[in-house]
Design a protein around this ligand. Structure first.
Ligand code: 13P
Length: 250
């Protein structure tokens, strides 16, 4: 079975609402590729204007985070219903920057993943090791642990629709891309782990992205790997280079 590639931008804390509209308009013609799913995950305040600017194109607008409660006294948080009402279908969960700066844990990631599925939003679930962990040779063990907790109580039907983003922390924003072999090795291990947690059909269906300094130059080789189903792209998603990444197969 061939999985449809999913290429997502993570804008992080960049772009005001008016800049967001300008960027969507600039990238629109460059990211036209109907053979892949294209997602721009943008800051919450940019979601509605970006959605309007992307109307009638192949661009999906996603969120960068979401809270795991329905509503209530959680000042500053965004609820799943708010995202759904705005037309959002994808949300990044558990990015390493949220784990590092905003105290997210594997447990809160799991709660958010369950809540996203409850509202039919596809979670892009992030995992990844630090440089120390890689150097100590515990990368695969660490990633398996992150995946096992993230998928606690997630059904096979839900897991089939999930997206996992493998992002080695040492490769994020550093210009240091993992080698194709390193990226493929971990993505394959993630698929094995999903196969153990569920079954072969789920492991075959789930989409696994690589993230960490992906560029137009590195995308074709990375995305050609058997277990890499696209990318989660930071810096380059704010530039015309994102068009090259999305059109890696042209
Ligand atoms: P860079 O592409 O800037 O390395 O960021 C990767 C990332 O964190 C995407 O979520």
């Amino acid at each position: 079975m061939s999985r449809r590639k999913i290429i997502a931008g993570n804008w992080k804390m960049n772009m005001t609402p008016s800049e967001a509209v300008a960027l969507v308009n600039e990238l629109k013609p460059l990211v036209a590729n109907d053979e892949v799913d294209v997602v721009f995950c943008v800051p919450a305040i940019d979601i509605i204007p970006a959605m309007k600017a992307a109307e009638g194109t192949n661009i999906n607008i996603g969120a960068e985070n979401m809270y795991y409660e329905e509503k209530g006294a959680y000042t500053g948080e965004i609820s799943p219903a708010m995202l759904v009402d705005a037309g959002v279908k994808y949300v990044i969960i558990g990015h390493s920057e949220r784990r590092e700066y905003f105290a997210e844990t594997d447990e809160t990631v799991n709660k958010k993943v369950l809540k996203a599925f409850e509202h039919d939003i596809t979670p892009i679930i992030c995992c990844g090791e630090s440089l120390t962990q890689r150097e100590q040779g515990i990368t695969i063990d660490w990633i398996r642990q992150q995946i096992k907790i993230a998928f606690l109580n997630v059904t096979a039907e839900q897991a089939k629709k999930a997206v996992i983003a493998y992002e080695p922390i040492w490769a994020i924003g550093t210009g240091k891309v993992a080698t194709t072999e390193q990226a493929q090795e971990v993505c394959a291990a993630i698929r094995v782990c999903i196969g153990e947690l569920y079954d072969e059909a789920t492991a075959t269906a789930i989409r696994i992205q690589y993230g960490g300094s992906v560029s137009g130059a590195s995308a074709p080789e990375l995305f050609a790997q058997p277990d890499i189903d696209g990318g989660l792209v930071g810096g380059a998603s704010l530039k015309p280079d994102f068009g090259k990444i999305v059109n890696y197969n042209k």
